[in-house]
Design a protein around this ligand. Structure first.
Ligand code: A2P
Length: 347
């Protein structure tokens, strides 16, 4: 028996949308129909899928009639406007924006960490922030064994987190600088090429930016640990794609480096990358295009007997966004939480 689903990608023309298209094809997602939605700017464009040119439509109030599943990655305001309409039309929405992530009615799901949370959905499931997804995939297996008491993260975030146009902006800035010209800024507030700056999301009264608070609040929700002590410093770096993170963990009881490495080498979605003699560890260029979170430099924290340091890199567009959303969709199908459009009896 084959079940297949009518899927819409909202934000199909963006960096994450393009990756969603690739993943639906490469993972052979059971599609009955695929609808590509974006802003009116993109209406009339076509995008390649399965050897065909599919039209891109401007999203509208009726876009979700006859759609079973919406994969949304078109920003928070677009999701706020259209996700409720999609749900009212009978679709399930997996939303990559921050619009619903902390809503207690909306599950926030990383399939390697809290797949069970998806079952409680009421039409919308939120995909966590990219840095949070990458970090939770690596930290959860350790947390389960020893219990993380305190987590300190520093991120090195690529341009891709700000979308396809931001990636172009960094390339153009690099070219301009190499030609002795002044780099132009449009998406980012400052030149990113040959530079870095603290994440430019809005700051709260405590001096934390929104991106940092996403890591704090979303990790607590995903782990089901509202009291988890966690702090972060988020920095944008001139890397095109794939984020890196330095993570310091303090456990209830000591966890040896060997034990941590063993746990991580068995953990779903994680690949341990370490060659201490060659000083070779995860790098964003090697994480790019890969599904796994690369983890290395696992070492004892010399400042604390229960502390551990590690370094990770993960493809922000893939596991940090599109892949996680597709995995959630696959999880819904596996658990019978998504109504199929068609059920064909094979043979
Ligand atoms: P468009 O290409 O028509 O602007 P990225 O994160 O790479 O910048 O991509 C953002 C995605 O969200 C794009 O597909 C973009 O479409 C889409 N998008 C942005 N604003 C809207 C909107 N108001 N309505 C629908 N789609 C939008």
């Amino acid at each position: 028996m084959t079940k297949s689903y009518r899927v819409a990608i909202l934000g199909a023309t963006g960096a994450v949308g393009t990756e969603l298209l690739e993943l639906l094809e490469s993972r052979k997602f059971p599609l009955a129909d695929l609808k590509l939605l974006a802003s009116p700017r993109s209406a009339g464009r076509t995008m390649r899928f399965g050897g065909e040119d599919l039209p891109v439509e401007a999203v509208g109030d009726r876009s979700f009639d006859s759609v079973d599943l919406v994969l949304a990655s078109a920003g928070g305001s677009t999701s706020k406007a259209f996700a409720p309409k999609a749900v009212a039309a009978g679709a399930v929405v997996i939303d990559n924006s921050s619009a619903f992530r902390l809503d207690p009615q909306v599950p926030l799901v990383v399939p390697e960490v809290n797949p069970q949370a998806a079952a409680a959905h009421r039409g919308i499931i939120a995909n966590p922030n990219c840095t949070t997804i990458l970090m939770t995939v690596a930290v959860w297996p350790l947390h389960q064994v020893r219990g993380v008491q305190r987590l300190i993260a520093a991120t090195y975030q690529s341009a891709s987190g700000a979308g396809a146009r931001a990636m172009e902006e960094v390339k153009n800035q690099a070219q301009a600088i190499l030609q002795g010209e002044t780099p132009e800024t449009e998406i980012f507030p400052y030149p990113l090429a040959f530079n870095l700056f603290p994440h430019n999301s809005p700051l709260n009264q405590l001096g934390y930016c929104e991106e940092e608070m996403k890591m704090v609040n979303e990790t607590r929700k995903i782990f089901g640990a509202p009291q988890l002590r966690i702090t972060a410093t988020c920095v944008r770096v001139p890397v095109l794609r794939a984020h890196s993170e330095a993570i310091n963990l303090e456990f209830e009881q000591p966890l040896s480096v060997d034990e941590a490495r063993e746990i991580l080498s068995q953990a779903p979605g994680v690949r341990v990358v370490e060659d201490w003699e060659a000083n070779y560890f995860p790098m964003p260029i090697e994480a790019t295009g890969r599904d796994e979170v690369l983890v290395g430099r696992i070492r004892q924290d010399i400042s604390h007997p229960c502390g551990l340091e590690l370094w990770l890199c993960g493809d922000q567009i893939r596991k940090g966004a599109a892949l996680n959303a597709v995995q959630v969709a696959e999880l819904l199908i596996a658990k019978n939480l998504l109504q199929p459009a068609t059920v064909a009896v094979s043979g």
